[in-house]
Design a protein around this ligand. Structure first.
Ligand code: MN
Ligand code: MN
Length: 477
């Protein structure tokens, strides 16, 4: 065989992971940049679950969606949403086919790792007012010290009035920070394991330093902070007990790189898939199958609670679609509907990082910039806790992606036995739905500044549109 023939054969028979950028024209790149700009605005407006739900509803209403409560009955083309206790969301576009024939679902989570205040957070020590915290989700704790933090949350005062608190986002606002030991005195700290470099009880946030009263006043700095909070919000120390207050990085989403090809921001896991899912749903008009976005809370801590993906509230929202389109929805009918439903568990995956190459199997990893990643399984050790998508379903999704020119890739979450992780895929598959993980590769995942490629964000959006519109009930099996 001549070399030329071998090259032809190579082209025909082998697969190579390629940059998605090559397949986008100059004009498309402008679109990609515009899409990324809107995505960054979305991230800045929704840094907590609650804010993210509010930002989604604002966008949905601008695009003709109404609250499900406003509709007694539903007909094809209707666009509705249901808030799940202000921390989760189900949005749907009703199709022409019966809901009981199954629906196409994009399921993302809108919680991200962050730092919560403890129920009794405030104390004074050495002339400083500080707050105790308890972190949420999997974080490298040392990454969260010495950065500007903003405080977001909801509190209730003694009269039961709800108070929304946001400090640290406006240009004029003060920020908060977790101090860390100076390097000069860190000989002992630097000998600790990295997982304990900054310990959970060391994540104490600096919130004040101006005492009120005089030398006789006990804890004047703490009192000064409480007075400020009382003047502004009418709250007292006791009101922190029932509050939900999160500390998140204060920085805004930014372009990264001379060529601006990446987005750097807090909370991209998994709001990057929430935004691309939402944008895809808003693009859909009069579909054949009913299209659904399911945005859940608490994924980072096991999808628990009534706002987590395992909650019946999400199932109620799906049942509502069947009932309000005039079908019965006995548990038999509902379960058959789930059986006939298809879902992309739209969640992020690890992007290969050449600096830490040994953490990955380079042949089986996603690369930033190579397009949306479809993952057959996640999990840890012997695929524990993963949804192992069926070949039949994986192939059906790939057929849709290929027919619609979607740049896609596949990969595993790092080297075997190194660690691992899960998504809501397994939880949803347990209900009978066909599910596969599909989303954007992320660098520095779970850090205060996660990085994604704009090409991947856009190809994920395009893939989601194709899935919602083109995924049919029947798949080869
Ligand atoms: Mn995730
Ligand atoms: Mn995560």
């Amino acid at each position: 065989m001549k070399n030329k023939e071998a090259l032809d054969l190579e082209k025909k028979l082998t697969y190579k992971n390629e940059s998605a950028w090559h397949s986008y024209s100059e004009k498309q790149r402008e679109k990609i940049d515009k899409f990324a700009q809107e995505y960054k605005d979305f991230l800045d407006r929704g840094k907590t679950e609650r804010e993210c739900v509010a930002a989604c509803i604002e966008l949905l209403e601008k695009n003709g969606f109404v609250s499900a409560d406003e509709k007694e009955t539903l007909v094809p083309g209707d666009r509705i949403y249901r808030s799940i206790r202000n921390k989760g969301l189900v949005a749907s576009v009703i199709g022409t086919e019966p809901v009981l024939d199954g629906v196409n679902i994009l399921g993302a989570h809108i919680d991200s790792p962050h730092i919560d205040l403890k129920p009794m957070p405030l104390y004074e020590d050495s002339g400083m007012a500080l707050m105790k915290t308890h972190y949420y989700g999997g974080i490298k704790k040392y990454q969260w010290s010495t950065i500007p933090l903003a405080l977001h949350g909801v509190m209730y005062n003694s009269e039961g009035k709800r108070i929304l608190v946001t400090v640290g986002e406006d240009e004029q606002d003060p920020v908060f920070t977790i101090n860390e030991l100076l390097v000069h005195l860190s000989q002992e700290q630097l000998a600790r394991k990295a997982s304990e470099a900054v310990k959970g009880e060391e994540l104490n946030v600096l919130v004040g330093g101006l005492p009120i009263g005089d030398a006789e006043t006990k804890e004047g700095v703490k009192l000064g902070v409480l007075k400020l909070l009382n003047d502004k919000y009418g709250i007292t120390e006791k009101d922190f007990m029932t509050a939900e207050i999160e500390l998140v990085p204060a920085h805004k989403a930014k372009d990264v790189g001379f060529d601006r090809s990446y987005v750097g921001a807090y909370g991209q896991d998994d709001r990057v898939c929430a935004y691309t899912s939402l944008a895809a749903l808003m693009k859909v008009k009069n579909p054949a199958r009913t299209c659904v976005c399911l945005f859940s809370d608490k994924e980072e801590v096991g999808s628990i609670g009534n706002t987590g993906a395992l909650s019946w509230l999400y199932e109620n929202a799906l049942m509502e679609l069947a009932v309000k389109t005039g079908s019965g929805c006995t548990s038999w009918e509902y379960r058959r509907m789930l059986d006939a439903s298809h879902m992309l568990s739209s969640d992020v995956t690890a992007a290969f990082d050449p600096t830490y190459a040994s953490a990955y199997d380079k042949l089986n990893t996603a690369f930033a910039g190579s397009g949306v990643c479809l993952m057959k399984y996640t999990g840890s050790r012997g695929k524990g806790g993963s949804n192992d998508a069926h070949s039949e379903f994986f192939n059906a999704v790939v057929q849709v992606f290929e027919k619609n020119g979607i740049c896609w890739q596949t990969g595993e979450l790092g080297r075997v036995d190194l660690g691992g992780g899960g998504t809501i895929a397994a939880d949803m598959a347990n209900k009978g739905i066909n599910v596969i993980d599909c989303g954007v590769p992320v660098l520095s995942m779970h850090s205060p500044f996660e990085v994604t490629s704009k090409a991947d964000i856009y190809s994920t959006y395009e893939g989601f549109v194709a899935f919602l519109k083109k995924m049919k009930k029947e798949i080869d099996s």
